[in-house]
Design a protein around this ligand. Structure first.
Ligand SMILES: [Mg+2]
Length: 377
């Protein structure tokens, strides 16, 4: 059916939906996410709030004037990143090449899949799985390119899906206001309107030279888009699955104090890399290799963390469990995996304020002077 098959997935009112999931008392109410101070801006709002003409990017003060009863919440970027990572993981597990276009938008290239499963059926199942496992609404559009699939998903919102058959791209876009075409903003739309061009279908028929005269280089692009033409590829998403580091000794050793120092150093460096990448780990693995090259590993699952406070003692425990043979060791290694996006934050951990401050201060020093600036005691 499709030469190219591109699925666009877009979470509905993403931040607001996460807040509603976290606190069901918000369900069905106009909810605004964003700073509520004098200069706060709405970063996301529920569909109930949109009925009042409120939209993301609007000053909070104006939004509250339009809907004084709206509930407001400051927003918690970390939990949005975590939910985004959940969706990313599900899409990644399902297989094909995909692109993460933003925290809540994805393109999946399903070209060639049709013969096996059927794109429409497969994308429907993927969407259902995301909603089931994350508890969040998401809309989907399937078409032959990124542009049309994105517009189709937008038309399906909230919480819907649809597809545009190959060859029907222009017909699908034609009745839509030009504003619906990505890259045509309010200013361009106003200008087009003054030229008598309000719908994509009209825009698709305007001679390119005329558009170029008005909009420069973008004129041709608007024309192509209005005609549903888009050759942009899906850019594969790649993300580190683990952080690991190991060290081989110049001469094999049985000196436990030396080995523990080495282990703490490796673990602290790796934890620093983890924090710098904005990640948390849920599994620590320690590896040792004896003189005879026999290699052993031990791993333990933990709650998501990037704190030295939790990682250093755990690595040490794993090492002591492993190091049972009275034999020299030639290599020691540490690995963190089962990663999630997230930043070490005070309120997330049962930790004293002093410890967290110390940790942050150490990271600042490391950032300025390099990783080796601090040897952990
Ligand atoms: Mg969205």
């Amino acid at each position: 059916m499709y030469q190219r098959a591109i699925l666009h997935l877009d979470m509905d009112a993403f931040f607001a939906s996460v807040e509603i999931k976290k606190n069901s008392a918000f369900a069905g109410l106009p909810l605004l996410v964003g700073g509520s101070g004098g200069r706060g801006v709405v970063t996301s709002c529920s569909y109930e709030a949109r009925r009042f003409g409120i939209h993301a990017g609007m000053p909070m003060a104006i939004a509250l004037r339009r809907c004084p009863d709206a509930r407001t919440v400051r927003g918690d970027y970390e939990s949005y990143e975590q939910h985004s990572a959940m969706v990313t993981d599900i899409i990644g597990e399902e297989g094909p090449v995909f692109e993460k276009a933003s925290i809540d938008e994805f393109y999946v290239d399903m070209t060639g899949m049709d013969r096996h499963v059927g794109c429409v059926k497969w994308s429907g199942e993927l969407r259902q799985r995301i909603m089931r496992e994350t508890g969040l609404p998401i809309s989907a559009g399937l078409a032959t390119n990124k542009l049309v699939s994105k517009v189709r998903a937008g038309e399906a919102k909230p919480n819907g899906s649809g597809w545009v058959a190959e060859g029907a791209e222009r017909t699908f876009l034609s009745p839509l206001p030009v504003r619906k075409i990505p890259s045509i903003g309010a200013v361009t739309a106003r200008k087009l309107s003054l030229m008598g061009i309000r719908r994509a279908g009209t825009l698709s028929q305007v001679p390119v030279p005329l558009l170029e005269r008005e909009f420069g280089r973008m004129g041709r692009e608007f024309h192509r888009r209005a005609n549903g033409i888009d050759h942009r590829p899906v850019v594969p998403y790649s993300e580190r699955k683990s952080f690991s580091s190991e060290s081989t000794f110049q001469s094999d050793t049985i000196d436990v104090q030396f080995l523990l120092r080495k282990l703490r150093h490796l673990t602290a460096q790796l934890a620093f890399d983890l924090r710098k990448a904005g990640k948390l780990t849920a599994r620590v693995t320690v590896k040792i290799r004896y003189t005879d090259f026999n290699t052993y590993t031990r791993a333990r699952r933990i709650d998501y963390t990037a704190h030295d406070q939790q990682l250093l003692p755990l690595a040490e425990t794993l090492f002591r469990d492993l190091f049972t043979r009275r034999q020299c060791i030639r290599l020691i290694g540490v690995r963190f995996d089962l990663l999630a996006a997230g930043h070490t934050q005070l309120d997330l951990f049962n930790d004293t304020q002093e410890n967290s401050r110390l940790l942050l201060a150490m990271d600042r020093v490391r950032k300025r002077f390099g990783k080796d600036a601090i040897a952990t005691a």
